[in-house]
Design a protein around this ligand. Sequence first.
Ligand code: NAP
Length: 255
Amino acid sequence: MTEQDLSGRVALVTGGSRGIGRAICRRLAQAGAWVAVNHSSSDEAAAETLAEIRADGGEGGVWRADVSSFAATDAMFGSIEAERGPVDLLVTNAGIASFQDDVDMPVDLWRRILAVNLDGTFHCVWRAKEGMRAGGDGRIVCISSINGLAPTTMRPDRLIAYGTSKSAIIGFARNCAVAFGPAIRVNCVAPGLVDTDMTRDMSEEMRQRIVAGTPAGRTGTPEDIAALTHFLLSDAAGFITGQTYVASGGLVTLP
Ligand code: NAP
């Protein structure tokens, strides 16, 4: 067994139907975890994620739940627990963004982005923590963003709500790492630009400008983010908690 083997583990990946979440689901299942694929609306895409897991020889199931609702999140956890036992690997990845200039955003837009990105992360961590504390070996990765570390200056869209939600996720994860250690490790991953549905409407000119400022000379893939997330969930990262890891090809570097 390698240090990154996840056999016998029960993983939940929110927003697992598409993009980064789908790649994380696949990666964790390839490492041996049983994977619950969460999504909020795209049933077909979620079924495709599960089909890919099975094609790789892995196992899992699909749970439709809007993580911005605690009642829906609670019901999802109850159902997973009834089928497989407590979740001991959690990836809070579900997220939404509005790539517009937020300077005059409507109040409802702020509320929705914070509800999905921040409250959704809180709901899942809160629901997972009791089972993880009882089991004594829970591991959580929260997906933040480079926009949670610094406001965007390269783009005309000022992501006030999105950036705030992603900063708050980093603060939340740090606090949880202290509160719930040693039973639970909690870390964040802050991706740079990754090609997914979320970023598909970006202009080619903007994409090229970002790539030109990126030492790695390319945008990220969902698999880049999945590899880092897998590492942080594994035994290999046993001494790492409360941290934020940036995967942006060098576009953003921490001091
Ligand atoms: P994506 O392709 O748009 O996929 C978003 C996923 O989140 C989908 O599976 C979607 O489910 C799910 N989701 C949305 N709202 C939900 C809700 N209320 N409850 C449950 N699931 C919900 O996005 P992505 O690019 O893979 O992004 C994944 C995460 O990475 C997000 O947190 C995002 O902020 C972060 N991120 C992305 C980038 C990037 O450049 N792509 C960069 C930094 C950080 P449905 O399919 O059912 O809608």
